[in-house]
Design a protein around this ligand. Structure first.
Ligand SMILES: [Fe+2]
Ligand SMILES: [Zn+2]
Length: 378
């Protein structure tokens, strides 16, 4: 099943089919499949926008050549139209309601550790991670990461002190929720416990986390799923153990790239199991033996994987486990997906099908050559 978040932020996950057009009608200009890296995009910071100015700047590299020379406002209108398709009126209404919900929490909740609410790299990350990101090369990332199964990266990320502070902040927030009898939205349809960090003030800090620390890494390891253009996120904590959720069924995330960091505390069980990356069409297909991979959480350590990498969590058999989950999304990738043909290079099943087609075509060619040989020998 697909794990759907409860927040309207997921609205941009809706991808509709492009209607078929008759060949003689000239279609409206389409986005490019690959970014034009020679193009220097305009800056949209000063404009009144319903979307982050950065989205416009990054989307601009994908504009068709005919649009690039146009005035900034024309480009803005063109891109806005594309982006608005993700927010039909019903969704926009939900977004507005959710904004009010967040505002209500933020104006009533008194944070415990204010320092957490702005990004302070030196107090957040372990030194090796900071160094690797500042060097910003594939080698520097590989030095601190292991890739125990293709597309799954694990590495030490958060300092123990940061995990402690975040855990106590989450606990403090939950106590406030209980005392104030405030009804909160849970992170998604599959978790009954846990909290959305973006809802109580951590959105800006997590934005920074994605922009300055996750995107540089996903740009290198996941370029084919929008890793270079991550521009929004859904950040939450999940809680497992006694009086909490026990396990989590097999699913895919509503993200391009997911960061999952164990914050603690003491627990046993709770392993993640992975079963290969799949496109929408193949999400329920079987797994190859080489796709089977299990991972045991270690506090402070992160797992990074594609959202479409199928996974689940085994039962946390004792203790209490809390993980920070960051679903990172790319609006550009979601738009581009519409123009792609019926094949995904990152889907294990699509790749198998492609190999099978090639095998058949080679076999047919051989057969044909043998037949001709046989004929000429007669
Ligand atoms: Fe997940
Ligand atoms: Zn596929």
């Amino acid at each position: 099943m697909s794990l759907e978040p409860r927040t309207p932020a997921a609205a941009n996950g809706v991808v509709s089919e492009e209607p078929k057009r008759p060949a003689f009608v000239s279609p409206s200009p389409r986005l490019r499949l690959n970014p034009n890296n020679d193009h220097n995009p305009d800056n949209y910071d000063d404009m009144q926008l319903d979307f982050s100015p950065e989205i416009f700047t990054s989307l601009e590299r994908y504009l068709p050549a005919s649009m690039l020379g146009k005035p900034r406002y024309d480009k803005f209108k063109f891109m806005r139209e594309i982006l608005l398709k993700y927010f039909p009126p019903g969704e926009r209404n939900r977004v507005q309601k959710h904004r009010e919900y967040r505002q209500k929490i933020i104006s009533n909740y008194q944070p415990l550790h204010r320092g957490l609410y702005s990004m302070q790299p030196a107090a957040t990350f372990v030194t090796a991670f900071l160094k690797a990101v500042s060097e910003n090369t594939e080698e520097s990332f590989r030095r601190i990461m292991s890739e125990p199964s293709p597309g799954i990266f694990t590495f030490e990320m958060f300092q123990p002190r940061f995990c402690e502070l975040l855990l106590s902040e989450v606990e403090h927030f939950e106590n406030w929720v209980n005392e104030a009898k405030f009804k909160i939205m849970r992170p998604n349809t599959m978790n009954k416990y846990g909290a959305v960090l973006d809802d109580f003030g951590l959105e800006t800090m997590l934005d920074k986390l994605v922009e300055s620390f996750i995107r540089p890494i996903s740009k290198v390891f996941y370029p084919e799923v929008g890793g270079a253009t991550l521009d929004s996120h859904h950040g939450f904590v999940v809680e497992y153990g006694d009086n909490r959720d026990v396990d989590l069924g097999f699913h895919v995330d509503d993200s391009e790239v997911t960061l999952n960091v164990c914050l603690g505390k003491q627990f046993s069980g709770g392993e993640l199991y992975f079963r290969g990356t799949r496109c929408d069409k193949h999400v329920n297909s079987g797994s190859q033996s080489e796709e089977i991979f299990d991972y045991a959480h270690v506090p402070g350590y992160a797992v990074l994987h594609r959202g479409r990498h199928r996974h689940g969590a085994r039962a946390t058999t004792s203790g209490h486990r809390i993980n920070l989950i960051l679903w990172c999304r790319s609006s550009v990738f979601r738009e581009m997906k519409k123009y792609q043909k019926d094949f995904s290079s990152w889907c294990g099943e699509c790749l198998l099908e492609k190999k099978e087609r090639q095998r058949k075509s080679i076999a047919a060619t051989k057969q044909e050559l043998l037949r001709r040989d046989g004929e000429s020998a007669l």
